[in-house]
Design a protein around this ligand. Structure first.
Ligand code: KIV
Length: 301
């Protein structure tokens, strides 16, 4: 396997490192912010080299990469393993790591320890925490420890059992008011960005206009300051019908299936490997080997 070292291309040097400050500048300039998930080195490299500003090692890794039913099962250690791999592939994008369920809900001390692990061991630059108003105090403590935090409100997958399923949030007045309070609390706590997931476009637009923090939408309409998608959704690697907000930009499932089937067919029909895909002995070794084999045949007679 050959992969050239990261940063080997001249155009890489011209790109600016994305920071939490540059995200705010983008919001002020009304320049849309792009964010995608990545869970491994190769994908992270491709996403980074394509110019995406934020790369999130989301806890969606639970379903997308590990085949769990929901995000609740994934552990800190599993997340950290993938954050480290992604770190090795990212040069310019801002790297976010998702705090998995159970890593910050128990008490602030555990939360702080786990956030610190993502930075110290994983090389993450921002940690993401689900929840609004009720997490504001914890988020302040983590920011006090010099760790930037991304908020995440609306449809928060770690609350699936409380929400009774993956349902669009903020469809009624009381829900809208709560979302506004959540967004303002996160804004005041000083988060680096706020992910708005699964909320009506009109509500996301109101929040985006209200807060100075960049909002990153997923199923929250086009008025957000940026958009995030799970890369497996974008590439058709999810084995099921996509959610309403997903746009498929490629068909990796078809690409992989076709390539694997072609490989299988070639091996079965002895078409692979061809002679030019095989290593050969040097001429002198081959001549020597032929002499040895000829001698053995003579002795056997
Ligand atoms: O885990 C994840 O991928 C996320 C995004 C959907 C924002 O939280």
């Amino acid at each position: 396997m050959s992969l050239t070292p990261i940063g080997g291309r001249p155009e890489d040097e011209l790109r600016r490192k994305i920071t939490t400050a540059s995200l705010r500048e983008q919001k002020l300039r009304h320049e849309p912010i792009t964010c995608l998930t990545a869970y491994d080195y190769a994908t992270a490299r491709l996403v980074d080299e394509a110019g995406i500003e934020m790369i999130l090692v989301g806890d969606s890794l639970a379903q997308a990469m590990l085949g769990y039913e929901n995000t609740l099962s994934v552990t800190m250690d599993e997340m950290l393993h993938h954050v480290k791999a992604v770190r090795r592939g990212v040069k310019h994008a801002l790297l976010l790591a998702d705090m998995p369920y159970g890593s910050y809900q128990i008490n602030p001390k555990t939360a702080l320890r786990n956030a610190t692990r993502f930075v110290k061991e994983g090389g993450a630059e921002v940690v993401k925490i689900e929840g609004g108003e009720k997490r504001a105090e914890l988020i302040r403590r983590i920011i006090d420890a010099e760790i930037p935090v991304a908020g995440h409100i609306g449809l928060t997958p770690q609350s699936v059992n409380v929400m009774g399923g993956y349902k669009v949030q903020g469809k009624e007045l009381s829900g809208i008011e709560q979302l506004m309070r959540d967004a303002v609390a996160l804004d005041r706590a000083g988060v680096a960005c706020i992910v708005l997931e699964g909320i009506p476009r009109e509500v996301a637009a109101m929040i985006t206009a209200e807060v100075s923090t960049p909002t990153i939408g997923i199923g929250a309409g086009p008025e957000c300051d940026g958009q995030v998608l799970v890369i497996h959704d974008l590439l058709n690697l999810t084995f099921g019908p996509p959610a309403k907000f997903v746009r498929r930009y490629g068909d990796a499932a078809a690409l992989i299936t076709n390539a694997v089937q072609a490989f299988r067919a070639d091996v079965k029909s002895l078409q692979y490997p061809a002679d030019e895909e095989s290593y050969h002995l040097p001429r002198e070794t081959r001549a020597g080997l032929e002499t040895v084999l000829a001698r053995k045949r003579t002795m056997r007679r």
